[in-house]
Design a protein around this ligand. Sequence first.
Ligand code: SF4
Length: 89
Amino acid sequence: MESNFNALKEQCSKVDKCPIFREGVLMNSITGESYKMIYCLKKKHEQCKRFLVSKIYNKPIPVQVLPNNFMSPEEIVKKLEQGYWDKKA
Ligand code: SF4
């Protein structure tokens, strides 16, 4: 019981809606599972770029923005506002 509670405390609050977690969009199942194990279900979700961007950008985040994106959250938001991923989708 205690370990389940600790696991829930560590998991990302976005798992119910995030397409990366829910659907493994753009990835094969192995990569999708890796993201879940590295970020979504662990305290490291606090370093996920999608999670960080969601704190400062109040619109849907394209699935092309992956947890380990090389850009800073601010750079990602700038690209989102420029429609960068809209053109690539
Ligand atoms: S991909 Fe990021 S934002 Fe989405 S559920 Fe995983 S940790 Fe949370």
